[in-house]
Design a protein around this ligand. Structure first.
Ligand code: GAL
Length: 412
């Protein structure tokens, strides 16, 4: 009898064993919050009987990961899937490298559960080639409430004027007033928030989506450059080259008062066991209330041949949008679910605010693709924008007028 049961259990396991394959995913989630959130996706893949092969490339913002992916594809060893954004998905799809996910998309109702604007970014020529996992918001201000109090700042700033007054007080009290890691992508995160604040959502859209030359060289853009440079007075000498998460750690540890950064920063506060609304606050970056500058993390699926790899790839793609993964991953990552049917229960006050603001911004045409994180323009133009913005941040001689002209050139 015993041997019969043994045989039966082996037979039961057989389908899983034959189809169990490695899911090798290339990504750049290596900070405390990012890696903890990723565990939720790994667990879902492993629960389907597949092995997770982690291919993490260090370097926030993903510049290094993009270079490594290009290298791997060039040498014929593309991963099963790679983390990437809207504009990059198109460039890989144009090269015919991405798998057609329509069968799974149909079975899982992606057209219904995804916001149409995001679903369309996952398609090329009408076919799904990538799967989104979240919606991050860029225009957030992170505030250490104890530092604010110790500096005599009564209210979390909501306007740019109040922001500069608070920065002055925090600096005078001896803290790093503005935590900023000066790397190209981070400089543009800060810059795009100032442009949104000074010019408003329509100005932002005409500048960075329409690439309108007169808007890019306008007096408003020059004012944004001037205010962007003014922020430099509130950063610290170790800002150049510092990674975003090490910069967020300054706010977490109470060395710095505030940081303007996407809400992956919240993943670091969570990893440090800090409570939103108690030790820290999250508010829309000053002057940008009502607008939602967004970035969507997605995984593009590279074409695979073997049946077991196809099964593993499908298991990974399916896992990303499962309700439980959408809840647990996003609660830890700091983003909000990309599925439209996930309730706000179990999410903290920052995430609940983000869900509300995303929905309201959607109704008012104020959801804006982030420039800094590859949502608004193709990589070649974005790289030029990074250069102009960082050159302006580092070279005090460059005038706002000249910078605005270089910006218009950069996106031609
Ligand atoms: C963004 C990405 C986030 C976070 C951040 C810092 O581009 O969307 O998920 O990882 O980079 O690395």
């Amino acid at each position: 009898m015993k041997s019969f049961i043994k045989l039966a259990s082996l037979l039961f396991l057989l389908p899983i064993l034959t189809f169990a394959a490695e899911v090798e995913v290339l990504h750049f989630w290596t900070s405390a919050g990012e890696s903890r959130a990723l565990v939720e996706i790994k667990k879902a893949v492993q629960s389907k009987g597949h092995q997770w092969m982690d291919f993490a490339v260090d370097g926030g913002g993903g510049e290094n990961a993009r270079a490594v992916l290009t290298q791997r594809v060039a040498t014929g060893s593309a991963p099963i899937a790679a983390q990437m954004k809207g504009t990059e998905i198109r460039s890989w799809a144009e090269r015919g490298m991405l798998a057609n996910l329509d069968k799974l998309a149909l079975a899982e109702n992606w057209d219904t559960i995804l916001p149409p604007s995001i679903g369309s970014q996952m398609k090329y020529n009408g076919h799904y080639v990538a799967v989104p996992v979240n919606v991050h918001r860029l225009n957030w201000l992170w505030v250490n409430l104890e530092v604010l109090k110790a500096s005599g700042v009564q209210e979390v700033p909501t306007t740019l004027d109040d922001f500069f007054l608070a920065l002055d007080k925090i600096k005078k009290a001896g803290y790093i007033a503005l935590a900023h890691g000066s790397q190209p992508w981070q400089d543009t995160v800060l810059f795009e928030s100032v442009v949104l604040s000074v010019g408003g959502p329509e100005f932002y859209r005409r500048a960075f989506v329409d690439l309108n030359e007169s808007v890019l060289t306008s007096a408003t853009m020059q004012r944004a450059f001037a205010l962007f440079r003014k922020l430099r007075n509130y950063t610290d000498s170790r800002s150049p080259g510092r990674d975003w998460n090490l910069t967020t750690a300054l706010v977490i540890r109470g060395k710095a008062g505030m940081q303007i950064m996407g809400d992956w920063a919240k993943g670091e506060f969570i990893a440090a066991n800090m409570q939103a609304g108690k030790q820290y606050a999250c508010v829309p970056s000053p002057g940008t209330q009502g607008s939602f500058s967004y970035t969507v993390d997605a995984f593009a699926m590279f074409k695979v041949k073997k049946a077991d790899q196809l099964k593993a790839q499908e298991a990974f793609a399916k896992s990303l949008l499962e309700t439980k993964v959408q809840q647990k991953f996003n609660q830890i990552k700091g983003s909000i679910p990309v599925r439209v049917d996930i309730s706000a229960d179990g999410f903290d006050t920052c995430a609940q605010a983000s869900m509300r603001d995303f929905s309201d911004a959607g109704k008012n045409g104020r959801q804006l693709p982030s420039v800094a994180t590859h949502m608004a323009m193709p990589l070649d133009k974005l790289t030029n924008v990074y250069e102009v913005v960082s050159e302006f941040w580092n070279d005090g001689q460059l005038s706002p007028l000249k910078a605005s002209q270089l910006l218009a050139e950069a996106v031609k």
